[in-house]
Design a protein. Structure first.
Length: 451
């Protein structure tokens, strides 16, 4: 991609990144403002309608009481003519019978029960009860109740008003148009500012991009001008340093490559060693041991050489941890691993199997020889206690020995037999060696151990 299209795309993206948040914020605020304003206008109109209805109810109170239809008709007409938005006015008696009205309601009114404000599309209905404290003077009991507040005012009738909300909606639409115009102006200003911001970034990028292109074409003396780099001066300094480093001689570059290669090789070897060995004891990890053991099994099958396996577990290791702490337990494991290495041949494969369990694979070794090796290791553990905080801790282990049986063709079977022998040693009192039952080849490939 040539620099110009790349810079155009960058400028466009920067512009969008700066302008879009402003557009979204403005649109959200506009929507909230219009919604709130429309709600407030509607509430104001409802309050106005209720006030007019209350005023009419107060004026019509006596006329409803006296059933003065002529006066009621005049009040209805006067109320309708007082406001162009009032479409119809109706006055009804307490029994719902029509008394007087002006105008025509757009639809059937809801039931005349209680005080109600009802919104129906472009129309607003207000129904208000007309009540009076006037009572028959020849009823002393009712008059006493009224004076004491124990009786409600008498329901004389209802006032109903219907308002046309089209003018209110037009007012809201007009306000919306003005808000949209103001929003458009604000967005234009935001777009202008975003373009200026994008340009302030893309101009330094264009200069730095040109310098990089010249360096890439072989002009190694090209450098970025910090005064033209603007907010990207740090990047320009980095590119200038890079250009200086590119100018090194070929011999220096080869030396650096060689040094880096040697360092990577050492790091690779160290990583492989770390992956293969246990971090605490330095013995093989279980996965690495299994890979090597599988290879030894294949070699043993091919050449019919004996192969044996030792598994041992530290006796009462949980008690060591609980009594002296886990640091002491770790020290014991490290100590036993060192003692184990002292008894191993170069061809043997010792491994920390997991926790306080260890295994040893003995190539070219019969079960009887492996049993003697396990006994030697056991005695070495018993004779060399662990030193911990100026104290000597006697740490022993129980051993299980198994020879590879060619009919199994797997490491897992040999491990299982050694594990069973180990737990037999634990059940027999610990700190001892037990040999698993063994069946060798009749052809004499393995030596049959003593029972």
């Amino acid at each position: 991609m040539s620099p110009d299209p790349m810079l155009r795309q960058m400028r466009l993206r920067l512009w969008l990144a700066a302008a879009l948040p402003a557009v979204l914020v403005v649109l959200v605020l506009l929507a909230l403002f219009v919604q709130r304003h429309g709600h407030e206008l509607l509430q104001a109109k409802q309050h106005q309608a209720q006030a007019v209805a209350k005023q009419l109810a107060s004026q019509a109170e006596f006329s409803l009481f006296a059933a003065d239809v002529q006066t009621l008709q005049r009040l209805a007409a006067t109320t309708k003519d007082s406001d162009d938005e009032i479409v119809a006015v109706a006055l009804r008696a307490a029994n719902g019978q029509f008394q007087a009205g002006a105008g025509r309601f757009g639809a059937a009114l809801p039931d005349f029960t209680g005080n109600r404000v009802h919104l129906n599309g472009e129309r607003l209905w207000v129904i208000l009860e007309v009540r009076s404290d006037l009572m028959a003077v020849d009823d002393p009991l009712a008059a006493g109740l009224l004076e004491s507040g124990a009786a409600d005012p008498v329901l004389l009738g209802f006032v109903a008003l219907e308002y046309d909300l089209i003018a209110l909606q037009r007012s809201s639409q007009k306000l919306l148009l003005w808000a949209l115009a103001a929003t458009g102006l604000a967005l234009m200003l935001a777009a202008l500012l975003s373009a200026l911001i994008a340009s302030s970034v893309t101009r330094p990028v264009a200069h730095i991009s040109d310098v990089v292109r010249r360096i890439g074409s072989g002009e190694l003396q090209a450098r970025a001008e910090l005064t033209r780099a603007g907010p990207m001066a740090q990047l320009a300094r980095g590119i200038n340093r890079m250009a200086s480093q590119v100018a090194v001689t070929q011999e220096e570059l080869k030396l650096q490559v060689q040094q880096a290669t040697d360092e990577l090789r050492l790091q690779k070897l160290e990583a492989e060693r770390t992956a293969r060995t246990d971090g605490l004891t330095g013995l093989l990890r279980r996965r690495a041991f299994i890979d090597l053991a599988e290879a030894e099994i294949q070699r043993s099958l091919r050449y019919q050489d004996p192969l044996s396996f030792i598994m041992f577990d530290v006796d009462h290791f949980k008690s060591i941890n609980d009594t002296h702490g886990h640091a002491c337990g770790d020290a014991a494991l490290v100590h036993l691993a060192d003692l184990l290495r002292q008894q191993m041949r170069d061809s043997d494969l010792p491994c920390r199997w997991g926790g306080e369990e260890f295994v040893v694979l003995l190539p070219r070794t019969s079960a009887d020889v492996a049993r003697h090796a396990a006994e030697r290791i056991r005695s070495h553990f018993e004779a060399n206690p662990v030193r911990w905080e100026a104290r000597s801790l006697r740490v022993t282990a129980s051993f299980g020995v198994a020879a590879f049986d060619a009919r199994d063709l797997s490491l897992s079977s040999m491990v299982a037999r050694a594990d069973a022998a180990l737990y037999r040693a634990k059940r027999s009192g610990r700190n001892r060696v037990e040999v698993a039952e063994y069946e060798g080849w009749a052809a004499g490939g393995f030596e049959q151990p003593a029972a």
